[in-house]
Write a protein that binds this ligand. Structure first.
Ligand SMILES: NC(=O)c1ccc[n+]([C@@H]2O[C@H](COP(=O)([O-])OP(=O)(O)OC[C@H]3O[C@@H](n4cnc5c(N)ncnc54)[C@H](OP(=O)(O)O)[C@@H]3O)[C@@H](O)[C@H]2O)c1
Length: 250
């Protein structure tokens, strides 16, 4: 898929860009500033090189041909990631792509979207990754909205010919950036009122090695997993970690 990231220079955007580029998607990392976007792509390429060298050091002479069995990332995945990352301004990153991922802090999401929507082709899927977090003492909760959730609130400004999907809200940037480790045991929740767009974004999530995209239901379901993100962050702080995640079992 061709994917543009609004605010792709941030923590979550970079992590998602890397994971998606590693499995062959063409990624446009968007920024308000072109030079910043290009600098971030250079830094990501350095990060990929460093991970490749570390894996080579860990397994000298093995050429990493058996690494996959040990559940490390492969040299092919890392090489592929470097080919698939490009930096540009947000205005250009949202053009001529299959999906746009919104990865800016929630408080800027509505204004940013309103500026960029005219540049998006009808039919492009908008994937809302933002979480309307609010800190109360030592606890994280979510802001509340008359529409029911942060994604529903943002969707109210989006024209009908742009389907909105909520996804990747409960996976941490920290976990995504550790590209030497495939995402074993990690699920992400995905919701939309548009079934076709929902299926495509579940497939996109599943294309990342080991990650499981769990189809939850209508876009209103994002209310639940926005709150689940607040729970994860509160757990992370209490247990001094940055990488808790959810796994659905039956
Ligand atoms: N970090 C996580 O682990 C995580 C996990 C799940 C979901 N999320 C959600 O993902 C979103 C991004 O999180 P993040 O940690 O990546 O945020 P971040 O690093 O603080 O910011 C992301 C990008 O947003 C852009 N930005 C900042 N201020 C802006 C403004 N006033 N107007 C327009 N764009 C602005 C910046 O890009 P430019 O300066 O290049 O334009 C920045 O690099 C948030 O909504 C967050 O809730 C984050």
């Amino acid at each position: 898929m061709k994917i543009g990231l609004i605010g792709g220079t941030g923590n979550q955007g970079q992590g998602l860009a890397l994971r998606l580029a590693m499995v062959g998607h063409e990624i446009k990392i968007g920024s308000r500033n072109l030079e910043k976007a290009q600098k971030i792509v250079d830094e990501l390429n350095t990060h990929i090189d460093n991970v490749a060298s570390s894996l080579e050091l860990l397994f000298p002479g093995k050429k990493m041909d058996w690494v996959e069995k040990k559940e490390f990332t492969t040299a092919d995945e890392l090489e592929q990631a470097k080919k698939n990352l490009v930096g540009m301004q947000n205005e250009d990153a949202v053009k001529d792509v299959d999906a746009v991922l919104l990865t800016v802090p929630f408080q800027y999401a509505k204004d940013t979207l309103e500026q960029l929507l005219p540049n998006m082709n009808p039919g492009t899927i908008l994937v809302d990754v933002t979480v309307p977090l609010k800190k109360v003492g030592r606890t994280f909760v979510c802001e509340t909205f008359p529409e029911g959730s942060g994604s529903k609130h943002l969707a109210a400004t989006v024209p009908e010919n742009i389907p909105v999907v909520a996804a990747f809200k409960t996976i941490s940037a920290h976990r995504l950036m550790h590209i030497e480790q495939p995402l074993e045991g990690v699920d992400v929740f995905i919701a939309s009122d548009d079934n076709e767009a929902l299926t495509k974004i579940v497939e996109l999530a599943n294309s990342i090695r080991h990650l499981r995209g769990i189809e939850v239901g209508a876009l209103l379901c994002s209310a639940s997993f926005e709150l689940m993100t607040a729970v994860l962050i509160t757990i992370n702080i209490r247990h001094k970690t940055k990488q808790t995640s959810f796994r659905v079992t039956i």
